[in-house]
Design a binder for this molecule. Structure first.
Ligand SMILES: [Zn+2]
Length: 477
């Protein structure tokens, strides 16, 4: 569309000119860009199209002179120049022209609405995350499907060998688990004999087996603050337009895989080649290690959000965009959330190296002062109840398991297995153990290994796994 020799797109050209204050002649690769007008969005521009910066180049002052169609629109552009230097500057400024209807506003408002009846103590939060579903890029059809808050992880002594706890209660991780809850509900609609029910599902059945998202169904993640790990650590508060300054930054451990530390909120680079923690070690007081949110999101950009279990039924589900509230630097986010995995290589059919559109929020919520609350809240569209999880125990306050724990979600999986169509013919018996069910998703597992190897090969460290014992429980119906 906007590549050299192709039809010019005046709006994009205008936006790029505004975003671009570098000498002409450099090639800009737009990964994903979309432009929205008033109530709806235009078709997204093709990913990876080369685009030459127009000349003469304008400065920010020229924003006022952009084509009138841009008034009241938000323009999000994300790409790189040369070797990984970013061209995302235009994004915040132009995005600021139309904050309402944005993904961040939808999530923040919904969070306020669903936590209205909570005690002030439980409504208090340091980080909020949410997943929004759209049909195409039409903002009018946007719907929040999963919400969460939280910044802490379980303490090691509460690990469960029955899958009864939620280990990681950082908002974005809980939002993904709440999203899994939503995906199960959508698949369960296909169990019904009534055609109307399966027609309501976001999934359609494939002739060759399994299910795929209906055309045009897109998902967007909002996190109120930069994901912990490398995204937050190396994210300057101010966007710098100096292309050369970043070269001189200290780069040791830049882009390195990092882990959350138990009962704290910071992260440290992964140590050594050992990728597995031991159950007895953790019970004896060894620190429980959990991968940072930056790394987990990076992983979703290759493996999808659906995880191993749902991969038996559905094609990978990727994020169309990620919107970050405070402490963001979209260029750096792009580096750590997608560019780091360039070496992942060829992926099997339906998997891809997803490069979501990345965006910041111009009027991000101010940082919440005070200590982080030891609770995490989760909400899923369609279920009235809000759930509060104690982040130290990984269970509900009453001691019962969360609806998002491995045990409860895998029970839903077991009820579907054998009754719903799978993507590859099932080898026979229903797995009896949780770990078997996960390992049975062969393609997913091989892509995961490919991703871990890519991180190692890039010198970014080894992905650390939880003790295997926590996956060795019997599936229940
Ligand atoms: Zn985190």
């Amino acid at each position: 569309m906007c590549g050299p020799g192709e039809r010019k797109c005046p709006v994009l050209e205008g936006a790029m000119a505004a975003a671009w204050s570098r000498p002409a002649g450099l090639n800009v690769h737009t990964f994903i860009s979309d432009i929205s007008f008033g109530q709806g969005f235009l078709d997204p521009l093709p990913s990876g199209e080369p685009f030459s910066a127009p000349s003469p180049l304008r400065d920010w002052g020229s924003l006022a002179h952009l084509p009138s169609v841009l008034c009241g629109a938000s323009v999000l552009i994300h790409g790189t120049v040369g070797k990984g230097t970013d061209i995302t500057y235009g994004l915040r400024r132009l995005g600021a022209l139309r904050p309402r209807d944005s993904i961040s506003q939808l999530v923040t408002q919904k969070f306020r609405e669903v936590t209205m009846d909570l005690t002030p103590m439980h409504a208090r939060h340091k980080a909020v995350a949410g997943i929004v579903m759209t049909q195409g890029l039409d903002a009018r059809q946007a719907q929040v499907v999963a919400l969460s808050s939280g910044t802490k992880c379980i303490s090691g002594e509460h690990l469960s060998d029955q899958g009864l706890v939620v280990n990681d209660c950082h908002a974005e991780v809980v939002a993904r688990r709440a999203f899994l809850h939503f995906l199960y509900t959508q698949l369960e609609l296909h169990l019904s004999k009534r055609r109307e029910d399966s027609e309501r599902s976001i999934f359609v059945r494939l002739k060759e087996g399994g299910y795929r998202l209906r055309e045009n169904i897109l998902f967007h993640l909002y996190v109120s603050t930069s994901p912990c790990g490398d995204a937050r650590l190396h994210s300057p508060h101010e966007i710098t337009t100096d292309l050369h300054s970043s070269k001189h930054l200290v780069r040791k451990f830049r882009g390195h895989l990092r882990t959350k530390i138990e009962s704290g909120e910071g992260t440290v680079p992964v140590r050594g080649p050992s990728a597995v923690q031991t159950w007895d070690g953790v019970l004896l007081g060894e620190q429980l290690i959990t991968m940072s949110c930056t790394d987990k999101i990076a992983r979703w950009n290759v493996l999808g959000l659906q995880g191993a279990l749902l991969s038996h039924f559905v094609e990978p589900v990727y994020l169309q965009s990620i919107v970050v509230g405070s402490l963001h630097h979209t260029g750096h986010l792009a580096r750590v959330l997608s560019h780091r995995m360039e070496g992942v290589g060829q992926l099997p059919a339906s998997y891809r190296h997803n490069r979501p559109l990345l965006s910041g929020v111009s009027d991000a919520e101010a940082r919440q002062p005070g200590k982080s609350p030891p609770f995490s809240v989760n909400w899923v569209v369609g279920s009235v109840d809000l759930e509060i999880v104690n982040t130290t125990t990984g269970r509900r306050s009453c001691g019962g398991p969360s609806r998002l724990c491995k045990h409860v979600l895998s029970a839903r999986w077991a009820r579907l297995y054998g009754r719903l169509s799978t993507r590859t013919p099932s080898p026979g018996d229903t797995p009896s153990m949780y770990c078997e069910a996960k390992l049975g998703a062969h393609t997913y597992q091989s892509v995961k290994q490919q991703l871990f190897k890519a991180f190692q090969k890039a010198g970014l460290g080894t992905w650390v796994r939880k003790p295997p014992e926590q996956q060795q429980f019997l599936l229940t119906l």
